[in-house]
Design a protein around this ligand. Structure first.
Ligand code: ZN
Length: 198
């Protein structure tokens, strides 16, 4: 498992709900936390590790020692939004890129935990921003899509750079073709394969 970068088609995939909680899923979640900490991130969505499932992990402290701060969100849904606030965001799939993004100031979010228990959270400030960013990933949306055209244009050269890097890696065989990747994602959605081959 690895964190994939802009250009990989999974980042444009609208993911399907998690249907079963088993050891495969628990291992995926653990590995996602570890990759997130290694990259010094505070949130990581399944799309970012090339998995088409509606799940993400968060630890706003970015500190692996703060285990109590770890939260797993399965099949999350924002039930209520309030206000609007602009703040800087980055993304582990777009390393080195930062921009101000408008988000709801407060959200009420529903999700399931790894025990299959439903829970609800009322969030504001950074946690509210993080969950909105991560839920976007599950719908194939990236923070750069939420910028006004002028801001987006400023980032365009870097985005094209990420894209051409990915194409080069495909040409070298580090990743399969888009067609094969999409086929693998569909198979994973149908539960035919628990893990990706990329
Ligand atoms: Zn992100």
């Amino acid at each position: 498992m690895q964190i994939v970068q802009y250009g990989h088609p999974v980042l444009r995939w609208k993911s399907k709900p998690v249907q079963a909680i088993n050891d495969d899923l628990r291992n995926i979640v653990r590995e996602m936390f570890e990759l997130m900490y290694a990259a010094k991130g505070i949130g990581l969505a399944a799309n970012q590790v090339a998995l088409p499932y509606r799940l993400f992990v968060v630890n706003v402290t970015a500190d692996p020692a703060e285990i109590d701060e770890e939260i797993v969100f399965l099949n999350p849904r924002i039930r209520k939004r309030k206000g609007s606030e602009s703040g800087e965001e980055g993304c582990l799939s777009l390393p080195g890129l930062y921009a101000n993004v408008d988000r709801s100031e407060e959200v009420i979010l529903e999700a399931y935990d790894l025990n299959g228990e439903g829970f609800e959270m009322e969030l504001d400030d950074l946690p509210a921003r993080v969950v909105q960013h991560e839920i976007d990933h599950l719908d194939g949306i990236l923070f750069v899509d939420r910028l006004d055209p002028e801001e987006r244009m400023k980032l365009e050269p870097k985005l094209l750079g990420f894209e051409s890097d990915f194409r080069k890696q495909q040409a070298l065989g580090s990743f399969p073709s888009d067609e094969v990747i999409k086929k693998q994602l569909k198979e994973m959605e149908q539960g035919m394969k628990p893990k990706p081959s990329v």
